[in-house]
Design a protein around this ligand. Structure first.
Ligand SMILES: [Zn+2]
Ligand SMILES: [Zn+2]
Length: 149
């Protein structure tokens, strides 16, 4: 599989292979998977979310994050479930997110250690870096996150 780079890199043509996946759990139950792809040439990562119970989005090719950003996974957890999405992050960047269950608009600023400030109210948000979790499990269940504090 291949995909043309969107800019700035001349004629480099990505040669994309599956790097692995990141599993996102809700208290030991698999809630979603992020497929992680990488280019054999430039080692860039590409992510594709697969959330259970949602139709697959029409594939429009591989999304890239800007050169100075990393792929992150934002998890949104409340007592009823876990929602996750992959997105480009970097320290200082403001992430806008609306909680899928209650529609509350949230903004998070990525800290220098690539995390977001804990906001442990009724909904708990966390940020994880994809590159640190390839073929690993992120446990984002409400009870587990509370226990890990
Ligand atoms: Zn490439
Ligand atoms: Zn949320």
């Amino acid at each position: 599989m291949s995909s043309q780079s969107k800019g700035g890199e001349g004629q480099h043509k990505h040669e994309i292979v599956l790097a692995g996946m990141v599993n996102v759990n809700r208290d030991n139950y698999l809630q979603g998977v992020v497929d992680v792809w990488t280019c054999r040439g430039c080692k860039k990562l590409f992510c594709d979310d697969k959330r259970y119970g949602e139709p697959l989005k029409p594939s429009v090719g591989f999304e890239e994050v800007p050169e100075d950003e990393q792929w992150g996974i934002l998890t949104c957890t409340d007592i009823k479930g876990v929602y996750m999405m992959s997105l480009g992050v970097k320290p200082g960047k403001t992430l806008k997110h609306s909680c899928p269950r209650n529609g509350i608009q949230q903004e998070f600023v990525v800290r220098d250690d690539w995390t977001i400030a804990p906001d442990d109210g009724e909904t708990v948000h966390r940020l994880f870096l994809v590159k640190d979790h390839i073929n690993k499990v992120i446990e984002a269940g409400f009870y587990k996150l509370r226990m890990l504090k």
